[in-house]
Design a protein around this ligand. Structure first.
Ligand SMILES: Cc1cc2nc3c(=O)[nH]c(=O)nc-3n(C[C@H](O)[C@H](O)[C@H](O)COP(=O)(O)OP(=O)(O)OC[C@H]3O[C@@H](n4cnc5c(N)ncnc54)[C@H](O)[C@@H]3O)c2cc1C
Length: 496
């Protein structure tokens, strides 16, 4: 007897190649305590995924599928022990599963089946637009793996925003029109929040009881957990925020979690939305080109690129530490409170509340501060994995280890990013007004950390063409910040 195994990150009836492969087979869904404890996940994430699994079980039943669903409170803590029990109880002798986006669960399932002699059919991961073979074909023609080249190839291959062989509107890239600070009189519309699922109250109780030691507040119900609610969430973004996504995609404003961002990553990453439908809805909306192109680039460019690269590069990528950073992540990061750097406090409070901050806050606020502080990249990775509702290994390794912490040494050394994403407080002040004044930002400990970092890593970064101007500015700015021989010594940033 054959059954389809569905992971909590594959909650899609329309796009599951495994459910399509075995349309009559019963479906196995398992909530596992051990999986929920793999990291000390933010409680918003636990509630979101567990509720969405329960909603998905309902959707499957309504579509006429037989479902074997083990809830957290009735299942054995270990996912595989429970799978064994389910197979014995229901007489399942053969399994079908769609390939998981992360390596570890896929490998473990294959090993488990092999050891028990259970035949396993693995169907392709249909939750992305770029199959491994597509990426391999592109890769063969490209020495350096640059996102911009990949993105243009994606546009052509998928026929998105094209005019014949060229880009619609004559330009591939509208970044020059984007990245503006948010003017004081622009007020982003708050997203229309979904009504909580019928399962939400019970799951909230469960999470409060079982995961009292995990970070994060459960106060706000902001994440859709059904297919219908996910479509409505996407529709709300397209109708009310997309038009100004482009110009303000890098802006920050205290008290505003979403600005003009879509907040669709949590939904895409567990199958409640598919990238093709997201891109189609955005293109069909006819928003200004800098917003449409800017958004499409994120989804068919960045998202697909990091996923393909995660599978293309060796698993040891996550352990990189080319800059040899050794500081431990202090406890206040894990408590999500009381940071010694006041510029982090407001966004950290929002992270506690939502398990979400937008891209530039991840990259240029938290990631930037962490890199300048020279924390161990693996601890930074664990922190992001713990705190974000949309965190999975396939997306975190490239974004945290590669892009944010430059731990693989960048593209020059076979890594990911073309430069480290660091800045002094001046940039953050311009984009988010996080200090009382520009002068205060310039004089801050943050800015001092920035120059010191560049100074100390001159051997690795000094030859990077994208940092040439910055190093020239550093040389003009001053003689060494500390007496010779001491510049590599760490100093705690000044408290303001
Ligand atoms: C340090 C760091 C950690 C990150 N962690 C995650 C993570 O755990 N999960 C995750 O999905 N994304 C992650 N990202 C990428 C990006 O920041 C988020 O996808 C985005 O902020 C999600 O919010 P949104 O849906 O409002 O995005 P929008 O700004 O509205 O962008 C639209 C979509 O584009 C995709 N996208 C944009 N940039 C990236 C990128 N660099 N990598 C992958 N997809 C991208 C996402 O699916 C996103 O939903 C991380 C980036 C950094 C720098």
């Amino acid at each position: 007897v054959r059954a389809v195994v569905v992971w909590g990150t594959q909650l899609t009836l329309e796009h599951s190649s495994a459910l399509a492969h075995a349309p009559e087979a019963p479906v196995v869904l398992i909530e596992s305590l051990r999986v929920c404890r793999r990291y000390r996940y933010h409680r918003q994430k636990l509630r979101f995924v567990l509720t969405a699994m329960r909603d998905f079980a309902d959707e499957l039943r309504a579509a006429g599928r037989r479902v074997v669903h083990r809830r957290l409170d009735e299942a054995h803590p270990d996912w595989f022990t429970e799978l064994g029990r389910v197979c014995r109880t229901h007489g399942f002798t053969e399994l079908v599963a769609m390939r998981a986006a992360d390596r570890a669960p896929q490998r473990r399932l294959e090993d488990w089946c092999r050891r028990r002699g259970v035949p396993l059919t693995v169907t392709p991961d249909a939750m992305f637009l770029t199959a491994a073979e597509d990426f391999a074909a592109w890769r063969r023609d490209h020495g350096r793996l640059r996102m911009e080249d990949f993105y243009r190839w994606q546009r052509q291959r998928l026929g998105i925003l094209m005019d014949g062989d060229g880009p619609l509107g004559g330009r591939w890239n509208h970044d020059a029109d984007n990245r503006r600070p948010l003017p004081a009189d622009v007020h982003p519309p708050a997203p229309a929040l979904p009504s909580p699922s019928p399962h939400a109250a019970e799951v909230t109780r469960l999470v409060e009881e079982r995961f009292a030691d995990h970070p994060g507040s459960l106060e706000v119900h902001w994440l859709p957990t059904t297919r219908v609610a996910a479509r409505a969430w996407l529709g709300d973004f397209v109708a009310r925020r997309l038009d100004r996504f482009g110009p303000y995609e890098d802006a920050m404003r205290p008290g505003e979690p979403f600005l003009f961002h879509s907040a669709v990553s949590p939904l895409l990453n567990i199958g409640l939305l598919h990238p093709r439908e997201v891109v189609d809805a955005v293109v069909a909306a006819g928003a200004p080109m800098n917003s449409t192109e800017g958004f499409v680039r994120q989804v068919i460019g960045w998202r697909e690129f990091v996923h393909a690269l995660y599978h293309h590069r060796p698993a040891r990528w996550v352990a990189s530490n080319r800059l040899r950073h050794r500081r431990r992540l202090p406890g206040w990061w894990w408590r999500l409170g009381d940071p010694p750097e006041p510029a982090l406090a407001e966004a950290m409070g929002r992270l506690h509340r939502y398990g979400y901050t937008h891209h530039i806050e991840r990259l240029m606020l938290f990631g930037n501060y962490m890199l300048l502080s020279r924390y161990r990249p693996r601890e930074v990775f664990d922190w992001f994995m713990t705190m974000y509702v949309d965190a999975y290994e396939w997306v975190m390794v490239p974004n945290v280890i590669g892009m944010s912490q430059y731990a693989d040494g960048g593209i020059e050394r076979g890594g990911f990013a073309t430069k480290p994403y660091i800045s002094g407080a001046g940039y953050l002040q311009r984009m988010g007004g996080l200090w009382p004044s520009t002068a205060a930002a310039r004089a801050s400990g943050w800015t001092e950390m920035y120059w010191r970092f560049l100074e100390d890593h001159r051997d690795l970064l000094g030859s990077n063409p994208r940092l040439r101007t910055v190093y020239r500015a550093l040389d003009r700015r001053r003689a060494p910040v500390a007496p010779p021989g001491q510049s590599a010594l760490w100093q705690e940033p000044a408290r303001r």
